[in-house]
Each structure stands twice: as structure tokens, then as C-alpha cells.
Ligand binder design. Sequence first.
Ligand code: F6R
Length: 251
Amino acid sequence: MQKIPVHVFPTRADAATQLALETASLIKDNEAKGKHTVLGLATGDTPVPYYKELIKWHQERGLSFATVTCFNLDEYTGLCRDHPQSYWQFMHNQLFQHIDILPENIHMPSGTVAEADIPAHCHAYEQAILDAGGLDMQILGIGRTGHIGFNEPGSPIDSRTRAVSLDPVTREDAARTFGGLAQVPTSAITMGCGTILSAKRIVLMAWGNSKADIINQALNGSVNSSVSASYLQRHPNTDFYIDAAAASALS
Ligand code: F6R
């Protein structure tokens, strides 16, 4: 018995189509009620097909993002917005520059806040989420360490937005995009597990064999701090959208 509903799709494109449809319906339903939609977004390879689908919804089916407010999960410490590997750049290239979201509705932790100001910056990020009405829907990938956002092993279930050190496995996985391990930042600012769990709806996506073992642990292991994604078992409205390869370790 899976504790979290798992949807296994033939391809990642099929999963992305389904999730984009759900997102578009949420945006349109809220818009009809005169409400904004608050999305929590992820970076990395995983959500790229989903962002492609959202762009299609905008360009081909007229879906407007003018009533959408976005909060991203994380940003690398030390990278300015213009840095090619910053998540600010990633989100603009993969999604924001292709849709009609208003710049003032885009929120991401800053990678260049002075160390002494990080706690206040993180507190303000949490407050901004609350002021927006909370996260309607949080999109997640999963790291091979079981991280959601950059909540590496040991992150408490009630953790909030804060600075964290990146696990060596996470840095190794990022080395390719950074052109070498030495270039990968050692820390980041991330929403906490508690921030993520406060979302009304959560969908975690995962593709490929490299995620199969950690997906099995997150779904079937005990809820514990060595796999942050296992905390999602405690959330009442989480689904996993995965492809057959990522499902290959499930019994
Ligand atoms: C990204 C994030 C991470 C990634 C995870 C998977 O904002 O917070 O948790 O979702 O590292 O990365 P990919 O998708 O590149 O395998």
C-alpha cells in the first residue's frame, strides 16, 4: 500500500501535460473567483517539460498568468541574478520570459544577501508567502539525497526558509551544469520542509533510473529526517508524478 498516491506515466511529457492541465484549471478557477493563484516552483531538469507545457497553455490556449504569484524554492548562495547558473536566470529562461507573469509577482530567495542579513531575508520570504495567502500548489523535484528544495538529510520537518550547506552528492550532481565541482556553490537559501508542507497541494515529479531508489525510500520508508521527501507522507494532498524508470524500484 502506497501512503502517497503515485501516478506512473509512460513518459515525462505525459506527466507534464497532466500537471499543467491541473495548474491551468487551478489558475482559471481562482481567476473566476477573483483570486490570485500562488505557485511554489522548482528548478533543475525535472520541471522543464512542465514549464514547456505551461508556456504552451499561455501561447496556444490563451492562459494568462497575470493573476499568478510565484515563490521559488531556493537559490545558490553567492550567485547574483545575472549569473548563468543562478536559479533567477533559469526561471526566466525556462518560464517567466515566455508568459505574462508580472515581475512584481516573481519571488525568489536572493543569492547575494550579506551573511548578517540572511535571517531577516528568510523571515521576509516566509512573511511574503503568508501575505500572498499561502502556497496553493507546490511543485517539487527530488535530489538523490532525498532533498526537497535544498533540505538535505537532517533537515527538521518544521524547518523554515534558511541558509543550508549542500550535501556532497548534490554538489556532484550540479557539477556538470557548473562546468566542474569547484564552481558549485557550497550553500544555498531554501524554503524549509515546514514551508513546503504548508502548501495546500504538492506534486513531486521524478524521472529516470537515478531517482528510483530515493523515490522508493520516500514513499515506503519511515518518515524520518534522513530523507526529507519522506515528510510528504504526512501531507494530506501530495501526489507523486513519475515515469516508469523512476518507479522501477517500487514493489
Ligand atoms: C530545485 C530544487 C531541488 C531539485 C532536485 C532535483 O529548485 O529545489 O530539490 O528539484 O535537486 O534536481 P533535478 O530536477 O535537476 O534532478
